[in-house]
Design a protein around this ligand. Structure first.
Ligand SMILES: Cc1cc2nc3c(=O)[nH]c(=O)nc-3n(C[C@H](O)[C@H](O)[C@H](O)COP(=O)(O)O)c2cc1C
Length: 177
């Protein structure tokens, strides 16, 4: 069962979880579903649409998957129990390039309502998002202290930056038992 929510009423909770351990962005290509832990994200309004923006670095397996799928779910835990900690640590250190995170963790996938990418029952607060705009952040416009901290190799690898995916929030709910 899914309890519909207004995502903006949960914005504080989503940001708090993102800043303390992370949340997931999940994509799907063919039969492969790949969740990735994120600590950066923005919820708000753009072009009069409710939007969740994710920031995905060039080297992530999630990046080409998102470019193809142009859809994602955001999966937010309601509590931080041991299983949730394990999921976030695993999905934030292992790449879908090398293994199947869903299978390894035994995650319970739940069909979405409006998009082809599933939700994840273990992280039940779900935003279904359709990508409406993408842009790679421009190194020359990023403050120097940020470049030094996050992109020290940038001069040798100028594409090694984060791209922003603006996901229009098409549905929002909490998966209940
Ligand atoms: C707490 C935490 C937050 C993270 N936040 C982000 C993020 O916002 N954007 C990003 O590109 N990678 C982020 N990462 C790194 C990815 O989750 C990690 O590189 C992951 O293994 C990539 O998976 P993939 O190759 O299957 O896409 C974060 C990792 C952790 C542990």
């Amino acid at each position: 069962m899914k309890k519909r929510i207004n995502p903006f009423e949960y914005a504080g909770q989503i940001i708090d979880k993102m800043m303390h351990g992370g949340i997931l962005v999940t994509t799907k290509n063919g039969e492969k579903v790949n969740p990735m832990t994120i600590g950066w994200g923005t919820i708000g309004v753009d072009w009069s649409k409710p939007v969740f923006q994710v920031y995905v670095r060039e080297c992530r397996h999630t990046k080409p998957m998102l470019d193809q799928a142009m859809e994602f779910t955001i999966n937010v835990p309601l509590e931080r129990n041991d299983k949730v900690k394990e999921i976030l640590a695993f999905c934030g250190t292992k790449s879908g390039r090398d293994l199947d995170k869903v299978q390894e963790l035994g995650l319970t996938l739940v069909d979405s309502e409006k998009i082809g990418v599933p939700a994840i029952k273990e992280l039940p607060l779900t935003l279904e998002c359709k990508v409406i705009y993408t842009v790679r952040q421009e190194g020359k416009q990023i403050p120097q202290d940020v470049m030094d901290r996050f992109y020290p190799q940038w001069a040798e690898n100028p594409e090694d930056l984060h791209s922003v995916y603006y996901g229009e929030i098409l549905d929002a709910y909490i998966i209940e038992e």
